[in-house]
Design a protein around this ligand. Structure first.
Ligand code: SF4
Length: 160
């Protein structure tokens, strides 16, 4: 790891940026420091601070959506009161109104899973019903395209 000075500057940069832009960081100092360490480790490893809670590929173009702050931070703050890692939080989370349990992964399905799913035929018949076991969305097929239905980053379950 680079010098502690580099780490301290990195951490301070995130804290200052959060303050300037009106975002709150997790008040749990221990959790926050672990996330800063993870981000800094990824910065050293890949050259950019990819999300410490997700597996990066190490290719900037492929990881661009999960470079912190990721593309998913704001919708997760809105719906769950915190980002996926809980680095950024809002009042809903602090006051325990939202985001106390695990939150669904908003990032589209992982590449490995996409290629696995791509080998199979999914939807077969009009009228099939599928459910997302993470958020509870249910959909009914009105036209068959043959692909696999995905929600919250996971394949949906055929229920009927
Ligand atoms: S989930 Fe949070 S820590 Fe992870 S990249 Fe997004 S904003 Fe950063």
């Amino acid at each position: 790891m680079n010098s502690r000075k580099g780490f301290s500057e990195f951490k301070r940069g995130i804290e200052e940026k959060a303050e300037e832009t009106g975002y709150a960081l997790n008040p749990d100092r221990k959790a926050l420091d672990m996330l800063f360490e993870g981000l800094y480790r990824n910065l050293e490893r890949y050259g950019y601070p990819s999300c410490p809670c997700r597996l990066a590929e190490g290719v900037f173009e492929k990881d661009i959506d999960i470079i912190c702050p990721c593309l998913y931070r704001d919708p997760d703050l809105y719906y769950h009161g915190r980002c996926y890692c809980s680095l950024y939080v809002n009042e809903d989370y602090i006051e325990k109104r939202k985001g106390q349990g695990p939150i669904p992964e908003r990032r589209p399905m992982k590449r490995a899973a996409i290629s696995k799913v791509g080998d199979r035929i999914g939807v077969k018949n009009v009228g099939e019903r599928y459910r997302c076991n993470i958020c509870g969305n249910e959909v009914t097929v009105t036209k068959v395209g043959g692909g696999v239905l995905v929600c919250c980053g996971e394949e949906m379950e055929l229920i009927q």
